[in-house]
Design a protein around this ligand. Structure first.
Ligand code: ATP
Ligand code: MG
Length: 140
């Protein structure tokens, strides 16, 4: 039923909880494919060299660390694990991957690294819930 899972993580506690749940889901459903997505902000090119290159490197390293932690939280799964580092808006990136990969479910946190703790859902999860092409599992 949930053969292809997309997990979205941003380095937040909620993201890690989503990763654990995606792992459980993949084990229980014997999913075939688990794709972990991290989107990062683009870096303005007016920064110029050599700063631009080092700023990009730093972002990539940060995103790699987030992916690594998420993989640990997922644990051992029968599914094949893929990772995607995407530059740009997180919601658009998640939706785009879900469309192109024809995923069966998106797993993500209700909140992330944002500091506005009043809202029940962060803006990324709100946008994904509204526009996703498949069911979305929001982890609290
Ligand atoms: N850059 C990102 N890459 C991948 N997934 C993300 C990213 N940002 C958020 N997410 C996913 O969306 C979930 C909810 O985060 P969201 O950004 O909506 O909340 P927030 O950071 O608290 O609020 P806001 O960003 O609106 O200030 C996260 O737990 C994570 O699963
Ligand atoms: Mg956020």
């Amino acid at each position: 039923m949930f053969d292809k899972i997309i997990l979205a993580v941003d380095g937040s506690e909620h993201g890690l909880r989503a990763a654990k749940m995606a792992g459980d889901l993949a084990r229980n459903m014997k999913s075939k494919d688990l794709r972990i997505v991290v989107a990062f902000d683009g870096i303005p090119s007016y920064l110029g060299e050599p700063n631009l290159e080092s700023a990009i490197q730093a972002r990539m390293k940060e995103a790699q660390a987030i992916l690594h932690k998420a993989q640990e939280a997922v644990g051992n799964v029968p599914a094949e694990i893929h990772t995607e580092l995407i530059e740009g808006s997180p919601a658009e990136a998640i939706i785009e991957v879900a469309k192109t990969r024809e995923s069966d479910v998106i797993v993500m946190g209700s909140r992330g690294l944002g500091r506005l703790t009043g809202a029940l859902l962060g803006s990324t999860s709100q946008k994904v819930v509204s526009h996703a092409p498949c069911p979305v599992l929001i982890v609290r």
